[in-house]
Ligand binder design. Structure first.
Ligand SMILES: [Zn+2]
Length: 325
């Protein structure tokens, strides 16, 4: 298969016939590793762009976006002026149609893989090395790690901005996300073990985890509108400034107020199971109980994000988030 068929090749667990391929416009595709492709324009740009999807294997909409986008590059409809790296994060889980095989890979970055964790740990270590060498030598870099969420959300598309010491979200990045159709931007309050948390620590690289809707199997993502997002990454790859429409409603900026860490198997929420992401919480309400530990809502205009009582003990079972402005 040709390099433009990264997704079918990965799904078939196949190797490409050639390891590099030059398009008629001079753009060069290079196979780096399973599920990883590098794309370079003839004249190298200054801001490298990494787009990853499928770090969770059952989150197919972003994988389809990546596949569609790559085919437009190969067809010459999009002419990159920046170096790009496209990554399908967890090929084995993609083939199995599951979130992960042994361990949730998006908890294994930033050194967590050094504790072992088998197949996903090795893959996280490989992606760290590939992302680091990709951004080496670039004046600046941007990483969008694309996901879809397990449950429904009041904001269908939202961004998570990793925590970094003494660093706040640049306004230009925020406006770019707004133009890409992102409806809320949440800043983390502590270091994490996600792919974007890893790349955010590379000098001059801005990184985001983007949630682009709800997780569904391949072929069932119709109705999810990602046109604005695809236009935005096209503009970025072509080295164009993203033009922000002055009438655009700007997404709320939020920050994490509290992380609910599961302490034991008796952890449970005082909310119904189908609760959506960004559910508004009444001040003073009891949210969760774990033995003698009780979590109450301590802030005005607080919301619950990623509630999941089935995580492993010691992992985050949910986040309480609040408005940052
Ligand atoms: Zn995910």
């Amino acid at each position: 298969m040709s390099l433009g068929e990264l997704l079918p090749m990965t799904m078939a667990n196949d190797l490409p016939g050639v390891s590099s391929q030059e398009l008629r416009n001079g753009v060069v595709l290079q196979w780096v590793a399973e599920g990883v492709l590098r794309i370079d324009p003839p004249i190298l740009g200054t801001r490298h762009l990494l787009i990853s999807a499928g770090v969770h294997g059952n989150e197919t909409a972003p994988v389809e976006i990546l596949d569609r986008w790559l085919r437009r590059i190969v067809a010459g409809e999009i002419v990159p002026r920046q170096s790009l790296m496209l990554i399908l994060g967890n090929p084995a889980a993609l083939r199995a149609g599951t979130r992960y095989i042994e361990r949730d890979m998006n908890r294994l970055f930033n050194g967590a893989h050094l504790l072992g964790f088998g197949f996903e740990g090795r893959r996280a270590a490989l992606l760290e090395r590939l992302a680091s060498s990709f951004f080496e030598g670039a004046t600046a870099g941007l990483h969008y790690d694309l996901h879809t969420a397990i449950r429904n959300s009041r904001f269908e598309k939202f961004a998570l901005y990793p925590w970094r010491p003494d660093h706040t979200l640049p306004n230009s990045e925020y406006l770019q996300l707004a133009e890409a159709g992102i409806q809320a931007v949440l800043s983390h309050d502590r270091p994490g073990h996600t792919f974007s948390a890893f790349t955010s620590l590379i000098p001059n690289v801005e990184s985001f985890t983007l949630e682009l809707g709800k997780a569904r199997p391949f072929g069932e993502n119709v109705g999810l509108d990602t046109v604005a997002f695809e236009q935005a990454i096209t503009a970025l790859s072509e080295g164009r400034e993203v033009v922000v429409n002055p009438d655009l409603a700007l997404p709320p900026r939020m920050q994490v107020a509290n992380s609910l860490i599961k302490l034991s198997d008796s952890f449970h929420f005082h909310l119904d199971d189908e609760v959506e992401n960004f559910k508004p919480l009444a001040p003073g309400a009891l949210i969760a109980v774990d033995g003698s530990q009780r979590w109450y809502v301590e802030h005005d205009r607080a919301y619950l994000l990623f509630p999941n009582p089935r995580v492993a003990i010691g992992q985050r079972a949910g986040l309480i988030v609040v408005h940052a402005d």
